[in-house]
Design a protein around this ligand. Sequence first.
Ligand code: ISL
Ligand code: CA
Length: 566
Amino acid sequence: MSDKWWHSAVVYQIYPRSFADSNGDGIGDLRGIIEHLDHLEDLGVDVVWLSPIYASPHDDNGYDISDYQAIDPLFGTFDDFDELLAGLHARGMKLVMDLVVNHTSDEHPWFVESASSTQNPKRDWYWWRSPRAGIAPGAHGAEPNNWGSFFSGSAWKLDPASGEYYLHLFSPKQPDLNWENPEVRDAVYAMMNWWLDRGVDGFRMDVINFISKVPSLPDVEVVPGHLFGDGYPYFGQGPRIHEFLHEMHDRVFAGREDRYLTVGEMPGVTVEDAQLFTDQDRAELDMVFQFEHVDLDHGPGGKWDHRDASVLDLKRSFGKWQKGLAAAGWNSLYWNNHDQPRVVSRFGDDGAARHQSATALATVLHLQRGTPYIYQGEELGMTNVPFQGISDFRDIETLNHYSEAVDVLGASPAQVLAALRRTSRDNARTPVQWSTDANAGFTTATPWIQANPNYTEINAAAQRDDPSSVLAYYRALIDLRHREPAISEGSFEMVLPEHPQIFAYTRTLGDRSLLVLVNLTGEPAEYGLPDAAEWVDARLVLTNLPGAPAIGEGHLAPWQALVISR
Ligand code: ISL
Ligand code: CA
């Protein structure tokens, strides 16, 4: 049994643009975070992960970085940054930075140099390729391969000056770095060391399982009716990924790794790959963000094609990851981040049962084996947003999808909007709801994206001193992880695996056991425990429904969560 500090830690993600605006320009900033440190301390989280605050043209809200060692003036200055870091450390919290090194901005000096001539020494820092022979450069089909971008269209952009294309898995303003080039890796490791020396406590690594590409960049099958294909087989967990991550560990963290937290964001990662990435003996990463549970409600057409995910789907997925990373490796546990719709609207009930379902979902997640992540506003039970029309959206992925679907492919605007309302990343990006003041207390100006009108009811001020609030329940869950070794270190065993409504499991360490029973539906649920006799004298540890059915009664109220111990 290892004793890593992050086994008992809870991480809180801040998307700075939407957290709090201190200077009245409508955009959240570092001083806004400084002004709300009490909220984080009061919640009890151990680590803050800060989405990018670096210099950026903000094509993708800061995930397009033009200087890794500068603070974007939109967010503040290095003085503000140092004050934030000191303020967190003084309260016993750590700060994890976002590391976005699969790509840079096209305005990063590295790319500007690289694009300046085919002979430039940095030409090979990015993926430049000639057009396909026989087709006019710029015409459809002339791209060096047929991969699509995550943000619609081709993954290649033609640079007319040199006549070559460059690869961008995301926006054309996010050219992919060529990790095959050792100079690129040296530069990235130097930058990481610079931040660690400045005092930060680790990194969340953006799409880090995409950095090793099969250098020949082969074509893929294209689904009939589509213009481009999915290049994932040639860049997801590419041939040198383990080598690169081990080298990064060696060059950046080795010898001082116990001070830091590293978490790799890995769309499409399998549990077998995750075992390798997070096995401490291999010295790569501490944990990864996998996507299986947040992709369960994606249909065959991808994220905009909704299908219903059942409670059993969720249980099977989480159960598989708990089992797969039990012996070696470690899970990160999340429902939400800045790319996902709000969990209470997605797997819960954001109407009458909002409080019950938000706390039920939180219970299921937080008491598993792994490190829980809370995304800003989740602790308040914030919901998806009733966006009216396309002009309410800001996200590049959302806007590009709309243009492609409606303007190019001729889909019905109403249908596309319905999908955006359900799944757009902007659902996570509206202002944190602090109070009933104008704009949810986020800004005195016009916010860069509208506040969810339900801020008049759902806000931090209303919940802070209310012991029955979602916020108070999150505090209790965090506190439980801190003081209960069976939660931070114990083994996980699924109970009632085939029950279609109840998500139940035990956590056990030595002779101490906790039983977590959660009804993930809006209907009452009956159950019979296989070893009921062993729980008759159990103590109540936590419930989201005081006065509701106790353990002996064999049923749970809608969205009831019950945690007992023996
Ligand atoms: O939300 C997605 C689009 O459907 C995901 O595919 C997302 O793009 C993917 O999880 C990678 O996300 C990360 O890298 C992107 C950035 O836009 C996201 O905000 C970031 O979390 C490019 O840097
Ligand atoms: Ca501001």
